[in-house]
Design a protein around this ligand. Sequence first.
Ligand SMILES: [Zn+2]
Length: 221
Amino acid sequence: MSLLPEQLLTGYRRFIEGRYLQETQTYRQLARDGQTPETMVIACCDSRAAPETIFGAGAGELFVVRNVANLVPPYNPDGDFHGTSAALEFGVQALKVRHVVVMGHGRCGGIKAALSPDHEPLSPGDFIGKWMSMVEPVAKGVAANELMTPGERQTALERISIRHSIANLRSFPYVAERERRGELSLHGAWFDISTGELWAMDGETGDFQRPLVDFDEPSLA
Ligand SMILES: [Zn+2]
């Protein structure tokens, strides 16, 4: 039996023979000089919504933290273990990224769970339920809207929770301070897995807009 799943070894071979070979100098330089990414992305764990893939990013270009449903918790310096807040602290304070992007996506399982909080937890610890309770106040409002279909409610909460996370980002004193000084900007994005469309949040209104890119050819048609 191999030490790693066969699929990973095959992919690694492809990486070493392809991208790593082509970009050896870049990797060596990054190893020597350290990373200086300009953008931090907070994305979902979902295997279909990888930021490096969507943004075509190479090594050293994006500082990424992924968690269930791409949530940012509020600033809460208690004694608990805060993985996302730790990543945020490093990205903003040590790497001094200029942009933080909260990127949600369609068909998000975490958001779906938040819309039906009464279902059986996956384990007695119910870590997902506790994690998603962060958006409970907004989830309740969306779940109560009977004019919307389940699909519409899901998309709505996927986007509202991005705005919610951006508000939580501003509860971190150093994020608010760097934004005030014009050294950091906060963004929201939402990726539609089925069509490949990327929607971006208007910072003034909170609305999500598309398309973002003028394609030379109608390659998506
Ligand atoms: Zn998700």
